[in-house]
Design a protein around this ligand. Structure first.
Ligand SMILES: [Zn+2]
Length: 482
């Protein structure tokens, strides 16, 4: 067979290519994985025993057999028996400000990278800090994931930290306009925006060609949000309400409970929503989502974890070593045991189980999905939780390949980008090397042997060092550290 020789030449020719018209500023950096099983997230299949060559951060060659030399700028990873998949994206994370305020970059960014998270959609927080980190990450001065950012939250009511109050259509239009010129990637909407103001946000966002995403405001139905062009609906609570045969009545009860700050009434209305689920209404809503491209980010790990906050075993979670001292108060498990009654915990557990079924049904109806976690809410650990979300999606009925797609290529489709998300020539080398096949068992995404970030390779040893440094930083930090 002559094909082997030909393939050798393909790889060697890559090595030798140097454009004659411009002298390279620096020697090209090679990252080469030999004999690796590629996880093709496009087809959901394994392509066995390949050589993958990345040059200066980009995948430039994939071949069956390759003869490769050794050089100072050439890192060769013998990946025999290992699996190479694209880097993961957490499409609902908070990394700076908001729920992430106590988490400094020294703690939170390594947790993403060590867990193979090479991209996040930051769903609300400190815009300046996010922009600063993003530019340092892109220039290579800081190790961290790609960041897609919305900046501050838009919500009704009074001004709050990291939140721009939007109570009127004028405020809605003005805020979209200002944030667009500040350079955010999308607009994050929350539950308290009044109806007319929300539709003004939607209209202005459409006019300015900037996506808006997040919660559906309480005064708006999920179907209306889909028709208004909301790009993603996060947490699915608004979807569940829109599937109720008593939607209007229960919506009023929820609005009333929030106005009176009545948690018991809120929980009761929530259980009524579950009890009045109307499958026919749900089906037509899901068809609408699929047709309009209204993406769902159910954050099942957040629902599951919230339902377990009373459980004593959380207090001994080994990952608590990465919890910054400043976050210890809000993650105090003893407080949750006092605050959450067993009845409330039972209601939360029932709710979490129903959201898993809701995800299953939407997925079966062809609604597009993204993997998101809502970390770092209590006990939803940055980085680690993405793997839990993948497992939750598989438990709800996704195949491992479908769950992986929702964390790799689907985010690129959602973001209308084509530079990442798959192990193919021409794509950025944001990669995760695994010790076992994730298509056989989704839990294998946790068996990380190495991570490449724009072609910079971190071995297991490097990642462990990174985690140890994050742990030390978490312990050392005063409250409110940046
Ligand atoms: Zn969130």
């Amino acid at each position: 067979m002559n094909s082997c020789r030909w393939l050798v030449i393909v790889v060697l020719s890559l090595v030798q290519v140097t454009p004659s018209f411009s002298a390279p500023k620096h020697p090209k950096a090679f990252l080469i994985f030999t004999n690796v099983n590629i996880v093709n997230v496009r087809t959901g299949k394994i392509v066995p025993n390949m050589t993958v060559v990345a040059i200066d951060g980009k995948i430039e060659g994939i071949a069956k057999v390759a003869l490769i030399g050794r050089g100072r700028n050439m890192q060769v990873i013998n990946a025999s028996g290992k699996y190479l998949m694209p880097g993961l994206w957490d499409m609902h994370a908070h990394s700076a400000g908001g729920p992430a305020k106590p988490w400094s970059e020294k703690v939170i960014l390594p947790l993403y990278i060590a867990n193979g998270i090479t991209g996040i959609r930051d769903m609300g927080g400190d815009l300046e800090l996010l922009e600063d980190r993003r530019s340092r990450i892109e220039s290579g001065g800081l190790v961290g994931p790609n960041i897609v950012l919305g900046g501050p939250f838009l919500d009704g009511g009074k001004p709050q930290d990291y939140t721009i109050p939007v109570n009127t259509p004028e405020e809605g239009r003005k805020t979209v306009d200002e944030l667009k010129s500040r350079g955010v990637d999308f607009i994050k909407v929350l539950s308290g925006i009044p109806r007319e103001a929300y539709f003004a946000v939607a209209e202005e966002a459409r006019r300015q060609k900037i996506p808006f995403a997040g919660h559906v405001p309480r005064e708006v139905s999920a179907g209306e949000a889909s028709a208004a062009g909301q790009h993603s609906i996060d947490h699915a609570a608004d979807v569940m309400l829109a599937c109720s045969s008593k939607e209007t009545e229960l919506r009023s009860k929820l609005i009333d409970a929030v106005a009176k700050d009545d948690a018991a009434a809120y929980t009761a209305a929530g259980l009524d929503i579950l009890a009045t689920y109307d499958p026919a209404k749900a089906r037509s809503l899901f068809t609408q989502f699929a047709r309009n491209g209204t993406w769902q980010v159910p954050t099942l790990v957040w629902w599951d974890t919230t339902a377990r906050l009373r459980s004593p075993e959380l207090a001994t979670d080994p990952r608590l070593r990465y919890l910054p001292s400043a976050a210890r108060k809000s993650w105090n498990q003893g407080t949750f045991q006092e605050q959450i009654t067993p009845e409330h915990a039972a209601a939360l557990q029932k709710t979490a189980a129903r959201y898993s079924e809701l995800a299953r049904d939407m997925h079966a109806a062809g609604v597009p999905f993204l993997v998101g976690t809502d970390s770092p809410n209590p006990f939803v650990f940055p980085g680690f939780s993405l793997h839990e979300e993948l497992q939750s999606l598989v438990k709800s009925g996704f195949t491992p390949a479908e769950a992986l797609y929702a964390a790799t290529l689907a985010p690129m489709e959602f973001l209308r980008r084509s530079d990442r998300g798959v192990v193919e020539k021409g794509h950025v080398a944001d990669l995760v090397l695994l010790n076992a096949n994730p298509l056989e068992d989704i839990r294998n995404t946790e068996k990380i042997a190495g991570v490449a970030l724009r072609g910079r390779y971190f071995s297991r040893e490097d990642l462990d060092k990174m985690l140890a440094q994050a742990e030390a930083a978490a312990q050392a930090e005063p409250s409110g550290a940046k």
